[in-house]
Design a protein around this ligand. Structure first.
Ligand code: B1M
Length: 807
């Protein structure tokens, strides 16, 4: 049998289709992990594999979507046992079907958890969870690793890193996008391609969530950006519920017809939820004779964050903000030494608002533990901005630590022509991916002429290509020397840029402002040199985006070169620019980060919550409380409106789950501070009020505010937390003889759980009163579901508690 990667290059391949619904039909009991059940009922699983093989599928996926230690060990099995039984099931089905040439895809599904800082799963813990089934898959004889249904690029990165570190099998990486064309955590198709090609996966794909028609727009975007073969496994349409069962409407014939439209872009085809062997048989029949997609190499270098990609296409330059670098910046030095992350984050926001497309991050200071501080700084910045980062350090240990944790594909600044630098940095680029800034210096220093610098560039290029790093990923830095130290210095740099583009076909980067070192009115020189460098072919300009002069030069260059359609960006930006003025707030020509919900740099509680700045939010809350402002007024006038703003951004699709989570954390931090200004609660005695956020709902900020306020009015509260089943609430209310039950629900989808809880409380014959609240609840709805009171805010809850409990 051909190696899988050869087979992928030579012809179209078919994966199988849905597994879950077929397992249910085969008798999988509700609540039992399918992976475990499959090991215990091999005939049932083998029959499904066999049906797909008989339909013509030749890549068969193991029944191991949930095979991680936390999920299988409670059943008394190890990951290795479940994986090897699953691989054996595929092999047995191949024997039964008489198919000798088929490939076993070891299925790796998501953990079901969000990674820090958005959730509580640490990146390394995620890598370890994926490592175990991947190791077991190779040991059991699988042919490739299929990482699928990933809705978050950070988790996908953890899985791919685990695969690269624990096996030598080909890696197929497949994502689940939603109807808005984004991943759950906001990632775009281009950001996915950047990350996954950087990590070196063999195939990129889409599966689940949508049907072929709904998937088409995202798939087209993948096709336009990717240089590797693509895989497509949609559902049989959009799922809908019918009589409590999930059903899919796309028939095998329609599925085949819709997939045939996309087949010119997909080397590997298959199906996901709702598809059956009949769907796959029809698909194969309809597409097997269609021409194979021609996978084309894209020369554009993509750099990415968790949500967006910035393209360096060799024509349209981008701005790399240079301000997060402590050299010569006393305040930043002090902030880094004190661990004052908010200072650094503000610097990031200001550059973003000034129009930077990528942010350089350098924390090199004597005496600072650079691996730790760089990683922490990168994690803090990537949690609150969608701009990709440039990791800037000469310390390889710090580079690896930050690269590993970086949520995307960064710029790596830098490698140079010295052997030790090449040996340390190139393997990191190969492993984690990244655009690599190549400094034209070596053990003999910086050559005086362009010829010498290009010779070093060629050496780096050869070494990178020998390691399998494409020249597309390289940016040559011709190095800026001050003109005050040599009349030809600027000319040599410009010539190096010109020749690097023309003779080596690489992109270029440059820190511009060093040219004026030692001279007065530096910005005048910087601006002019910058324009000349752009003219020479500079792609990644490392400049101060807060300088009106530099951003003016940048926007003028783009307008004059026809890179700014109808001078739109120029016109918008120039309104804010005076030649030496600080940063304009400019529209960005490259893909923009999700819109920020608040105006720039304002030190307000609302701004801190909107931007997800936890420490700043706590500090602002403290300042307001110290001013003597009423605590409830701060909550209702600042905290709630800030979260409303974030919620609106989320609804419009300009903000994504990560920002929602960061804002929630900031609001919680502020509230914790405010809590200290409220009178202490009463803890002695039986609880009088039971509080809970209803089943399915994890929003608890509002409920917690209600609790603290009730306690400050000296009511005794039993807090059952969030996502609480009706049965738990009824049992607790019954056991503790609670006179007042308070329920919170924040979503239209969880309001019915509130109704169900009330129904069960009433059915149990409890004499308690019931108060309800939360953003989606209204007076009418409360009445309709049988609540005794609707409380629009925390104070209203206190008033009702006083009425019920104090007469
Ligand atoms: Co999400 N979320 N969220 N979220 N989130 C909403 C609610 C949403 C309206 C945003 C939007 O799209 N505009 C939307 C729901 C849409 C719908 O109705 N269907 C939404 C969604 C969709 C989601 C997810 C599904 C997103 C996803 O994963 N794709 C997911 C849901 C997960 C789940 O629950 N199963 C999700 C997750 C999250 C975070 C985890 C990121 C975070 C919550 C963190 C936490 O609570 N620990 C979060 C946040 C912060 C919000 C918004 C932005 C803010 C909620 C909030 O805390 N408001 C929210 C948008 C919004 O409401 N503007 C949104 C401030 C709080 C003080 O107000 O809770 O109303 P509130 O409480 C008030 C009063 O209502 C009253 O007193 C409080 C103080 O005055 N009150 C009571 C509340 N409970 C009471 C109980 C009472 C009496 C009064 O009696 C006991």
């Amino acid at each position: 049998m051909k190696p899988l990667l050869t087979a992928i290059r030579e012809g179209r391949l078919y994966l199988d289709g849905g597994m879950g619904s077929m397992l249910q039909a085969a008798g999988l009991p509700e609540g039992r992990l399918p992976d475990v059940w499959g090991g215990e009922n091999p005939q049932a699983v083998q029959a499904i594999h066999r049906a797909y093989l008989e339909a013509g599928c030749r890549l068969i996926t193991t029944n191991t979507f949930g095979t991680t230690a936390p999920k299988v060990e409670p059943y008394g099995y190890t990951v290795a046992q479940v994986m090897s039984a699953a691989v054996a099931n595929v092999r047995a089905a191949m024997d039964q079907a008489g198919v000798a040439e088929a490939y076993v895809c070891a299925d790796i599904g998501p953990t079901g958890k969000l990674l820090r800082p958005y959730g509580d799963l640490d990146f390394e813990e995620a890598v370890a969870r994926f490592a175990a089934p991947i190791r077991a898959a190779e040991e059991a004889g699988a042919d490739c690793i299929l990482i699928e249904t990933m809705s978050d690029l950070y988790e996908m990165k953890a899985a791919v890193v685990a695969a690269k570190e624990n096996c030598s099998l080909p890696i197929l990486a497949s994502l689940i996008f939603d109807g808005s064309g984004k991943l759950l955590t906001g990632g775009s198709p281009q950001a996915a391609v950047a990350l996954l090609e950087g990590l070196g996966v063999d195939v990129i794909g889409l599966n689940c969530g949508l049907g072929p028609q709904e998937m088409a727009p995202v798939f087209r975007q993948l096709w336009e950006a990717a240089s590797v073969p693509l895989l497509l496994q949609p559902n049989a349409g959009l799922p809908r519920s019918e009589g409590g069962k999930t059903v899919y409407d796309v028939t095998p014939a329609d599925y085949a017809a819709q997939m045939a439209e996309l087949a010119p872009m997909a080397t590997l085809l298959g199906g996901c939820c709702g598809t059956t062997p009949a769907h796959l048989a029809a698909l194969i029949q309809a597409t097997k004779d269609l021409p194979l997609p021609e996978v084309t190499w894209k020369d554009t270098l993509l750099i990415s964050s968790y949500c967006q990609a910035v393209a360096l296409d060799g024509h349209d330059p981008v701005v790399i903000g240079e301000r997060i670098n402590p050299t010569g910046k006393k305040k930043l030095q002090a902030a880094l030494r004190a661990g004052d992350m908010d200072y650094v984050l503000n610097e990031a926001f200001q550059q973003e608002e000034a129009g930077a497309h990528i942010l350089d991050v350098n924390v090199g200071l004597p005496g600072l533990d650079e691996p730790t501080v760089l990683t922490q700084t990168v994690e803090a910045i990537q949690a609150v901005t969608g701009l990709p980062l440039q990791l800037d350090t000469s310390n390889p240990e710090a580079m690896e630590a930050a690269l590993r944790r970086y949520n995307g594909k960064p710029l790596i600044n830098s490698v140079n022509g010295k052997e030790e630098s090449l040996a340390a940095i190139l393997p990191l680029v190969k492993k984690y991916g990244g655009g690599l800034v190549c400094l034209t210096l070596d053990d003999n220093g910086i050559p005086a002429d362009a010829e010498g610098r290009l010779a070093i560039a060629q050496k780096i290029l050869r070494r990178a290509e020998a390691m399998g790093i494409s020249r597309r990923e390289l940016l040559l830095d011709g190095l800026t020397m001050p003109v005050s130290a040599g009349g030809d210095n600027a000319k040599v740099t410009l010539e190096t840029i010109r020749r690097a583009k023309a003779e080596l076909g690489v992109k270029t980067a440059l820190g511009v402002s060093n040219v004026s070192f030692g001279l007065p009115q530096r910005e005048v020189l910087n601006q002019s040199f910058f324009t000349q460098a752009l003219q020479a072919g500079l792609d990644g300009a490392i400049i101060n985006p807060k300088s009106g002069a530099m951003m003016g030069a940048y926007h003028a260059y783009r307008a004059l070169q026809g890179l700014d359609s109808q001078c739109q960006t120029y016109m918008e930006a120039i309104q804010h620019i005076t030649p030496t003025a600080p940063a304009p707030a400019a529209a960005s020509p490259a893909p923009t980060a999700p819109a920020a919900p608040a105006a720039s740099g304002e030190a307000t509680l609302c701004h801190a919550v909107c931007k997800g700045l936890k420490e700043a939010a706590a500090a602002q809350a403290k300042a307001l409380a110290e001013e003597g402002r009423d605590i409830l007024d701060i909550i209702n006038g600042e905290l709630v409106p800030a979260l409303d703003q974030v919620g609106q951004g989320f609804e419009r699709g300009t903000l994504f789950l990560p920002q929602l989570l960061m804002s929630a954390e900031a609001a919680k931090g502020a509230f914790q501070v405010l809590q200290g200004y409220l009178p202490a609660g009463e803890s002695q005695g039986e609880p009088q009020i039971l509080l809970a956020t209803v089943q399915g709902d994890i929003h608890d900020i509002g409920k917690n505010i209600v609790k603290v306020l009730l306690e400050s009015y000296r009511f005794r509260v039993l807090d059952l937390g969030k996502d609480v089943p009706p049965e738990t609430i009824v049992a607790a209310a019954q056991a503790r003889k609670i006179p007042l039950v308070g329920l919170s629900a924040l979503m239209t989808t969880t309001a019915p759980a509130m109704a169900e809880t009330i129904r069960q409380l009433r059915q149990a014959g409890l004499a308690c009163k019931i108060v309800v609240g939360g953003a989606v609840i209204t007076q009418d709805y409360a009445r309709q579901i049988g609540a005794d009171c609707y409380a629009p805010d925390a104070m209203a809850t206190v008033h009702y508690a006083q009425e019920v409990l104090e007469g």
